[in-house]
Design a protein around this ligand. Structure first.
Ligand code: ZN
Length: 334
């Protein structure tokens, strides 16, 4: 299971007695990556999802989807690489949140990349645009820009967010979460996808802003659907989307608990590490030792009482620029 370190540690979802197909999905997948998206696809409010199913479980997964009237198209197999393994591939500096080796369908290693929806034509279109830069023969591949947009359309993301993605999601020179933060007036939990690697956020995509109207509407519908069909999940998801976050990039974010803003800084009683494939664990440790921080332009200064325990300098002149921002998200039930 993808979990969260710190106070927001997730319960074991297999113990919640979730209705099928969610209960069986989690038993098959052993993670909750697409649990909410699966609800939305079965409901018909989301056109398509993509997921990674362990090779040994693919037939059981396909049977499950077919029982709920869904069409499944399998792509290639992903075999997740460690950061150190990926570094050895030519062009690995361009890899972002997916670091995996491509395997042929039928290879016993890895997970099958699947596309699932009600309408086979929509699923097929998403399949053709929905591929990830992978390592093939020790070389990283790269994907045409337009496929990112067509992939997002297939997954049902709002047009405003796709347009913002087209403008801002260039990891060589830009930082999409920062661009969303700087045009946000009133951060809403319904638009907070910072914890999306858990699969347990109302918004599954990178929004154009953290108060995007189209995302708010889509997320509200998904939350209402979950209240009707799997209410056990609602307080868990609300908890992951609400509260104050220190956000540096797609890789590096932290939830802060028991906070109090004090002029230039913020005091806090605890911190949780947002999962990603490249989390900043040393900054997390510093935050856990501290009780107050200040964001001073490109510096994050962490204090424990009067002592400075860490000065995190955030570069923007390289790949994956980091820009520190503090955001406080209003809860979806408010
Ligand atoms: Zn938007």
């Amino acid at each position: 299971m993808i979990s969260v370190l710190g106070e927001l540690a997730l319960p074991d979802l297999t113990t919640l007695g979730l209705p099928d197909p969610l209960g069986e999905y989690i038993a098959i997948r052993r993670e909750h990556g697409q649990v909410l998206n699966l609800l939305a696809v079965i409901d018909g409010s989301k056109p398509c999802l993509d997921d990674w199913i362990p090779v040994a479980a693919i037939e059981r997964y396909t049977d499950l989807c077919e029982r709920f009237g869904l069409y499944v198209r399998s792509g290639i197999q992903f075999d997740v690489m460690t950061h150190e393994e990926a570094e050895k591939a030519v062009g690995s500096g361009t890899l972002t949140t997916t670091r995996a080796r491509a395997r042929e369908i039928g290879d016993p290693r890895g997970s099958v990349h699947v596309f699932v929806g009600r309408d086979p034509a929509v699923v097929d279109n998403t399949f053709y645009a929905g591929w990830y830069p992978l390592v093939v023969g020790e070389r990283a591949t790269s994907k045409p820009w337009i496929d990112h947009i067509w992939f997002g359309e297939g997954l049902g993301y709002p047009t405003c967010c796709l347009e913002a993605f087209a403008r801002n999601n260039n990891w060589s020179i830009n930082n999409m979460p920062y661009q969303a933060a700087r045009v946000t007036r009133n951060p809403l939990g319904l638009c907070n996808s910072i914890m999306r690697f858990t699969g347990l956020t109302w918004a599954p995509h990178l929004p154009c802003s953290y108060d995007c109207a189209a995302t708010t509407e889509q997320s509200r519908k998904l939350r209402d659907l979950t209240l009707r069909t799997a209410p056990q999940l609602v307080p868990i998801v609300d908890g992951l989307c609400t509260g104050t976050f220190l956000l540096l990039s797609e890789w590096e974010a932290f939830a802060l608990h028991g906070i109090n803003r004090d002029g230039d800084g913020i005091t806090y009683a605890g911190a949780s590490l947002v999962p990603s494939n490249r989390p900043n664990e040393s900054l997390y440790e510093a935050l856990r030792c501290g009780d107050r921080l200040e964001v001073r332009d490109d510096l994050v200064v962490v204090f424990a009482g009067p002592e400075v325990v860490r000065v995190e300098a955030c570069r923007t002149d390289g790949f994956a620029p980091r820009v520190p921002v503090l955001l406080s998200f209003q809860g979806p039930g408010q």
